[in-house]
Design a protein around this ligand. Structure first.
Ligand code: NAD
Ligand code: IPM
Ligand code: MN
Length: 354
């Protein structure tokens, strides 16, 4: 029996609802596999915790997380209770940065049974590989002056090490896909960061002569996601550009409620963190109607990272069969509840295992 100690952070809003659903699916996967035992330890960190303790997580929170193999997180943020820059900076972004989860992998592909909002989409299968530790999300900057000359500075930080690391990951993952990497740039408007990003991409690509590479400005690339997503394979992007592209990816798949993500520490020095693309959705929180598929597909990515590709593919099969039989939550135009969707995913997994 392989034991896996997983830290679970449901977080805020629908995170608290969809995480238990995905844990049911992971328990089913473990049961079907027969050789996996998960040991879940749940941490109540989030905005409610902040209101009681004036901190999003305890001061030794990062050290605590280091003792786990992986982290499974729902979503963070309750803008009505705690300003986003405090809640996200104090938990989600802190974990990503301090545990050096420098690569964020976000698939966007049209699943069986899904209807894309695009009028006539050909089948597409994109992998957004997002730099996750620096770039536009650096903490360098501040507010300057008062009065009419008041201003804010937000400095982007691009290091060769971090850019090369995410590009190498994208190029090597493309070798197991359709051998094409598109790099998101904006070197026509950003005079320093993006010409540097392009230089590093050109340099790193030299070692991958089998991969076809393209650089596209982020504005044109965003349009391509909508107009011709099928021409894209792997897309490598800076932190902010990757953030935006991955929500577009979710949207063209049919809903950001199904979009999964993995924050990887590829060196496996610290735990990686598995957390869907969507947020805490305060507008639908507490109603039992959140789409659990983003969190469940994210669980599938954790199984893949743990080395259980076979059982991971059973999870995706369960998701697709549920969509094909049209058991869908409201964001997909259906009327199923969150738990009804999970129950069908689990039933299809069990049926496939028989
Ligand atoms: P959001 O992703 O929470 O919601 C955007 C829209 O998508 C909403 O209409 C919501 O109802 C819908 N939606 C999202 N997930 C859904 C699901 N699973 N099922 C059905 N519908 C779903 O984005 P937002 O409104 O910009 O952010 C809300 C809060 O979440 C903010 O505090 C934000 O900072 C935070 N946030 C956190 C994360 C994270 O923790 N990873 C990611 C994004 C946003
Ligand atoms: C995401 C979110 C976060 C990000 C926010 C909440 C800080 O949008 O995970 O995509 O920008 O990375
Ligand atoms: Mn985002």
């Amino acid at each position: 029996m392989n034991k896996h100690a997983i830290a679970v952070i449901p977080g805020d809003g629908i995170g608290q609802e969809v995480v238990p659903e995905a844990l049911k699916v992971l328990e089913t996967a473990a049961q079907i596999h027969g050789g996996i035992a998960f040991e879940w330890t749940t941490f109540p960190w989030g905005c409610e915790y902040y209101l009681q303790h004036e901190t999003m997580m305890p001061s030794d929170g990062i050290e605590t997380l280091k003792s786990f193999e992986q982290i499974f997180l729902g979503a963070v943020g309750m803008p009505g209770l705690v300003p986003d820059h405090i809640s996200l900076g104090g938990l989600l972004l802190k974990i990503r940065q301090e545990l050096e989860q420098s690569i964020n992998v976000r698939p966007a592909k049209l699943l069986c049974g899904m209807k894309s909002p695009l009028a006539d989409p050909q089948s597409f299968d994109i992998l957004v590989v997002r730099e996750n530790s620096e770039g536009e999300y650096s903490d360098v900057g501040g507010r300057v002056h008062n009065g009419p000359d008041e201003m804010a500075l937000q400095t982007s930080v691009f290091t060769r090490k971090a850019c090369a690391r995410v590009m190498e990951y994208a190029l090597s993952v493309a070798q197991r896909r359709r051998r094409h990497v598109t790099s998101a740039t904006k070197s026509n408007g950003l005079a320093h960061s993006m010409p540097f990003w392009d230089d590093v991409f050109r340099d790193v690509s030299q070692a991958y002569p089998d991969i076809q590479t393209t650089s596209m400005h982020i504005d044109a690339l965003a349009a391509l996601f909508v107009m011709k997503p099928h021409v894209l394979d792997v897309v490598v992007a800076s932190n902010l550009f990757g953030d935006i592209l991955s929500d577009i990816g979710g949207a063209i798949m049919g809903s950001i409620g199904i979009a999964p993500a993995a924050n990887l520490n590829v060196e496996r020095k610290y735990p990686s963190m598995f957390e869907p693309v969507h947020g805490s959705a305060p507008d639908i929180a507490g109603k039992g109607i959140a789409n659990p598929i983003g969190q469940i597909w994210t669980a599938k990515m954790m199984l893949d990272f743990l080395g259980y590709e076979d059982i991971a593919s059973v999870v995706l099969y369960g998701i697709e069969e549920t969509l094909v039989e049209n058991v869908k939550t409201a964001d997909l135009g259906g009327s199923a509840t969150m738990t009804e969707v999970t129950e069908r995913v689990i039933a299809h997994m069990k049926a496939a295992a028989k």
